[in-house]
Design a protein around this ligand. Structure first.
Ligand code: ARG
Length: 563
């Protein structure tokens, strides 16, 4: 319920000659101290037109305000402070949440238009990095958020499955590789072969020529080359899937770079038609001086296309196929220049829709303040982190609730949820330190804390064992309850804010705040009393739990019913 608007409407009645309803609304503030009420109007905004001192204006308005939802109005200096009728407003808020349930906070802003989200996108035959993990969970949360505001997300895993490295990999595999070793541990083995290629090629330079020849064959559709490439790709993907399954994250498309091979000629012709390709020592580039960027290298002197050429083809393909309203790329900060160039070239091509493309950059995960090293076998590492998180969660459950049913299943949801939540609670551009033991704590600013708060709320509702009555009085009274209610009421704004900034941390931070407010309330108020307050209190508990669950769902974190 928009009580700021309610105040603005009432106030506007008395100042309509001087300002619009919207102007009044924009002037309204949230007082810094609770004792100054719920909404404040700065009267100096009227001082000029009325030629009176602000405190005088405030005082005069004070006498005119009369609305059942406004309990009292007070002038403090130049401010007119509004105190809302909590009983009436809380009842309204609770009814709204309880009738809309999980839809509370949804909107149809997007009108069903598509939003492709380029996310995760690891490279074939290489371990999935912490950066790819961030891209995966940020992209997934953004997908949920855009859906919440009425768009249709489309999650694309733009796999790094093309490039000259595949020529090297084929040479290395044919020389030193064998099938069983790859099948046993695909990515570790392929990485080993790749590393060995570079070691040996440092001495025997003709290997590079062989690799180039094999990549050429691959491009020309040679059976053997194609067969090996397909196999490397599918084995790698199987490994990646293990991680996606643990996170319970799905994709709508696995069109990677290779998918655009047959769409490259068109990109080059389009660029030529528009006279955008300039020759530079045999290579073709697009000048981007206008945008203060280096020229974008589109085609090498040997005719090979590049990462950006494939991204151009992908962007055009996505616009044509999905007619997107927005196109998002959850990719690390270090590729900012690439995405600026990409948009620059598209703009030069005359595609104004390039303005609807957003690179969503993010910072690094560090350990002890240092970048996590790209050690061999990162896939294992990531799987290990997630497994470790599960066992730490299980330890805590054993401590707190040893008789819990399906402890393993709950530990799964808590451990993985903890890692995901931790990733999302930091502003995405910030680097953050990862200390697993802290991440999985049930107390503090963690995912498990939010999950635990929700589980507690659900357990009270089970204990109460009674249907909730929405037509009975819904007075929840005290200040702590009011804090919870105000937060619940702000959820739609929080969702919109997260969407506008493409920033899932807005929701994570909010879920922490709501949990803290609820625990303060719960710690001081007996819910299961034997009088008429019981129903209203249960409704508040239920509404809190609904919003906590919806917040976690948007982040891609599960809400166990018991823990
Ligand atoms: N495969 C790339 C990497 O690992 C990320 C791809 C991002 N998406 C894109 N459309 N360029 O760095």
């Amino acid at each position: 319920m928009d009580y700021k608007k309610l105040v603005a409407d009432e106030l506007h009645k008395h100042v309509a000659e001087y300002m619009s309803q919207e102007e009044v609304l924009n002037l309204l503030e949230k007082p810094r101290h609770d004792e100054h009420g719920d909404v404040a109007f700065p009267a100096f905004s009227l001082a000029k037109v009325l030629r009176k001192a602000p405190p005088v204006i405030a005082k005069e308005l004070e006498g005119k305000i009369d609305h059942p939802a406004i309990e009292k109005v007070e002038t403090v200096g130049p401010y007119l402070n509004f105190f809302l009728n909590k009983e009436l407003i809380s009842a309204e808020i609770l009814k709204e949440v309880m009738t809309q349930e999980a839809d509370f906070g949804s909107s149809d802003l997007g009108q069903g238009r598509m939003v492709p989200i380029d996310m995760s996108s690891p490279n074939i035959a290489k371990p999935i990095s912490m950066g790819h993990l961030r891209s995966t969970v940020i992209g997934n949360a953004l997908a949920n958020i855009v859906e919440k505001v009425g768009y249709k997300p489309f999650k694309i895993n733009h796999l790094g499955d093309w490039g000259t490295q595949f020529g090297k990999l084929i040479v290395a595999y044919k020389k030193w590789g064998n099938e069983e070793a790859v099948l046993a541990d695909p990515i570790a083995e392929l990485l080993k072969l790749y590393v060995k290629f570079h070691e040996v090629a440092a001495e025997e330079t003709e290997l590079e020529d062989e690799a180039r020849a094999w990549f050429r064959k691959l491009e020309d559709g040679d059976e053997e080359a194609k067969g090996l490439w397909t196999w490397f790709r599918s084995e790698s993907l199987k490994e990646f899937m293990k991680i996606y399954d643990m996170l319970d994250i799905t994709f709508d498309s696995f069109h990677g770079e290779a998918f655009y091979n047959d769409k490259m000629d068109e990109v080059i012709s389009l660029l030529e038609e528009k006279n955008l390709l300039k020759q530079d020592r045999g290579a073709s580039v697009v000048e981007l001086e206008k945008y203060n960027l280096n020229p974008a290298l589109i085609k090498k002197s040997d005719g090979a296309t590049l990462y950006i050429t494939r991204d151009l083809a992908a962007a055009i393909y996505r616009k044509r196929t999905y007619d997107f309203a927005l196109s998002l790329y959850a990719v690390g900060n270090e590729q900012s220049h690439h995405f600026k160039q990409l948009k620059g070239v598209l703009k030069e091509m005359g595609y104004d829709w390039a303005d609807d493309m957003y690179h969503i950059p993010f910072g690094l995960i560090t350990q002890g303040g240092k970048k996590l090293s790209t050690r061999q076998g990162k896939v294992v590492l990531l799987e290990e982190v997630l497994n470790e998180a599960r066992s730490l969660a299980l330890e805590q459950i054993n401590e707190k609730n040893p008789t819990l049913e399906d402890k393993e299943g709950v530990a799964d949801q808590v451990g993985i949820g903890a890692v995901v939540f931790h990733d999302l609670k930091n502003e995405r551009l910030n680097n953050f330190d990862f200390v697993l033991e802290e991440v999985v704590q049930f107390e503090g600013e963690t995912g498990p804390y939010v999950q635990y708060t929700n589980a507690r709320a659900l357990s009270i509702l089970r204990k109460a064992d009674q249907p909730i009555e929405l037509d009975a009085p819904l007075t929840v009274g005290d200040d702590y309850a009011w804090d919870v209610l105000k937060l619940i009421n702000s959820f739609p704004d929080v969702v919109m804010n997260a969407f506008n900034r493409f920033e899932p941390s807005v929701i994570a931070k909010y879920a922490l705040q709501l949990s803290q407010a609820f625990n303060r309330y719960y710690g001081t108020t007996k819910i299961l009393v034997d009088n008429e307050d019981r129903n209203a209190r249960l409704v508040l508990v239920k509404a809190t739990s609904l919003i906590l669950q919806e917040s976690l769902r948007l982040l891609g974190v599960k809400s166990p019913e018991r823990m």
